[in-house]
Write a protein that binds this ligand. Structure first.
Ligand code: ATR
Length: 274
């Protein structure tokens, strides 16, 4: 029987997930389709019950539901529990809904696809301590990254993250700006990084090393102000497209048991967004 999948969020029209998954279904020969559904926050529980009733095989969850969905699921994977956020739901054979978080691991796969896995002992600086940063920090640590520092406008949130992680350092934005050249991998996870113009970044990144690897989790715009600067000084740039594609690929693997063609998808979306 035909399988169907969805992504729920608000807004949802801009999502590239339907196009990505439908392309993979075609390539892999699955009789399946994937649709975007706008779900307002107050309708979340009803929407989830409806998806389940109508036999969805699985779905993705995006802003603003990643945290609020948790009480409505039957099971939560350990990593998603630690992160306090779910972006992927699988409908199990018994009808239970199980939540996973594939964002953090998606980020690490994207990073290592670009720069390999030999930098795990290098100093990493994470800018931001929100939900996205949390997922990435846990995934980096699980993958063996030993030297993680977090900076955030609100320092207490950076501390909470490092406490939850059980290792790592916290520095102020001011310190991060001063010592930026010490970091090999710099990951921009704040929503401030999305905007061009005066308030585009929490602090000056003039001291970024040209040997650094600069990565942003935002993929639209493809080249954020942070990445633009990195590009100009000759640093290595990892755009947010890879993370988006790999988080989707890991979800796809949960649903269908095989990993789709991520390389082709990164190329296709990069071309589209350029
Ligand atoms: P997400 O789940 O997408 O990570 P979030 O949990 O709202 O979103 O986190 C947003 C991150 O961007 C936080 O680190 C936030 O800093 P605060 O903890 O100080 O709020 C950061 N951020 C958002 N706007 C910012 C701004 N104008 N300047 C600096 N940091 C900003």
């Amino acid at each position: 029987m035909k399988k169907w999948f969805a992504v729920i969020g608000d807004p949802i029209a801009q999502s590239k997930s339907p196009e990505m998954h439908n392309t993979w279904f075609d390539l892999d020969g699955f009789d399946a389709s994937y649709i975007p559904i706008r779900v307002k926050p107050e309708d979340l529980e009803k929407a989830i019950n409806s998806l389940n009733l109508l036999g969805v095989s699985g779905f993705n969850v995006t802003i603003p539901h990643k945290t609020t969905i948790i009480p409505f699921l039957d099971e939560i994977d350990e990593t998603a529990k630690l992160m306090g956020a779910v972006n992927t739901v699988v409908r199990l054979k018994n009808g239970h809904l199980k939540g996973y978080n594939t964002d953090g691991v998606g980020f690490v796969r994207s990073l290592e696809e670009k720069v390999g896995n030999e930098l795990r002992n290098q100093p990493v600086l994470m800018i931001g301590a929100g939900g996205a940063a949390r997922g990435i920090a846990f995934a980096l640590k699980n993958q063996g990254y030993e030297n993680i520092t977090v900076t955030n406008r609100t320092l207490s949130k950076a501390r909470d993250l490092i406490d939850a992680l059980g290792s790592g350092k916290v520095i102020t934005n001011e310190e991060a700006s001063q010592m930026l050249n010490k970091y090999k991998i710099i990951i921009q996870t704040t929503s401030a990084g999305m905007n061009y113009g005066e308030f585009s970044l929490p602090f000056s990144i003039d001291r970024m090393s040209k040997d650094a690897i600069a990565s942003d989790i935002v993929y639209n715009p493809l080249v954020t102000p942070f990445l633009q600067h990195a590009k100009e000084i000759g640093a290595t740039v990892v755009t947010g497209v890879g993370m988006f594609v790999h988080q989707g690929a890991i979800a796809y693997e949960h649903w269908l048991g095989q990993y789709p063609d991520t390389k082709l998808m990164v190329e296709k979306l990069t071309e589209q967004l350029n």
